[in-house]
Write a protein that binds this ligand. Sequence first.
Ligand SMILES: [Mn+2]
Length: 477
Amino acid sequence: MAPQSRLIWSTRQVLLIGHNLPCVLYQSMGYNRNMNASRDKMDTWSPDVTYVIGHQRPDTDAIAAALGYAWYLQQIGQEDVVAARAGQPNEQAAFVLERFEQPPPRLLTGVAPTFGHAATPQKTVPPDAALPAAMARVAEGDRVIPVVDENGKPVGVVTSLALARAYTAPVNVTVMLAQPCREIATHAPTFFEHDRISDHRNALLRSETDDFLVVSATGQYVGIATRRVILNPPRARLFLVDHNEIAQAVPDADEAEIVGVLDHHRLGNAPTALPIPFVIDPVGSTSTLVAEKCQARNLTPPASLAGVLLSGILSDTLLFRSPTATERDEKVALWLAQLARIEIVPYGEELLRAAPGLAARSADEILDADRKAYQMGGSPVSIAQVEVTGFQELPDRREEILEAMQTRLNREGLSLIALMITDVITGRSRLLCQGENRILAALPFTRISNHEYDLEDIVSRKKQLVPTLLAILNDMA
Ligand SMILES: [Mn+2]
């Protein structure tokens, strides 16, 4: 038996499994084990599928656009397209899925290539098999032969080098041929199939091994991953809808292949290796763009999908009251409403009321569900937005929310943190602010009380509030 191989790199945890030959399992470094364990088969991505996926903390438009555009791509003949989501749909999006009896898009919690993606399920030999069994595998072209016991657990690998040595050893040929594989099996570095390759890349570059064993969470043999494939693993194929910035995308999107973008937000995408279809069109919602694509191809979405797309438009445009709404949104919404047999105004009011309000949520949830970071005149600024149906719950929660804002201001070293509270029924907003006094003093809004301002009919963060704050902070810089 070969000497036990040394640990090539330090790990937080090392497990010993197997019985004949100790097999070292390298666990993730600097990576939350619980999070890893929750990455079960359910949300493992496949390299053969294109995922149409919206931004993190999906709202109605992100969910609707993913479902709608995946359907569109399928209709125009693209195979293996799946609608996906980067998290739990918000309450309004959940209301829409239930209202139109649509299953939610497939959840992806991360799209990093894992050892499972790099593994090939090469044929194995049992530990007691005689050497010719392994020799036959080499003749078939395998470089290493996994030795796997009756419980499906690998006990090592037989390399062609080890076989060559056994065959040239000065022993009786009959004895040599009867030797069991386990006796010449050597250790191979072993990884869990759900471990991210990028967490181990540096260690892999330093290792001298070319072949690695990959096992399931319970230690069962999954396959062999070669260094060549590990260093250039299959990537998840993502078509981004309703966002284009990697920072807002599903975790590890920087390790995926972005195959297209359909969006209505500001441009903030990293360069791609290949030319891709990339559409940013400043209409009221991405659902509008999806519906227009269907119209251009004479495709009629089924009533339920039309209802979902209509919801995306009504949600993002606040029933066309937002300054982001365009004539194109209204026009395509009429078409969808007809297909879904829905009256726009009463349904739209019902949809907007499906937002959870302030009373039902913690201050942390209210602040962090939809918060975006900006640099303004060199100062770090964070702006959250929450939709409500009336301000009646605000006085009760005001002090608690302001305290939670102060915590974030200090913790994140911000110059300003703001919470825009938008009444989607009346189309008016309030603003809660914490930050440097010189900034608060320069705010051009009517002060209602300490740290609270009346934004009147401002409802759009990106089109109204951000440009106003940007002008103030740029002036100060
Ligand atoms: Mn949108």
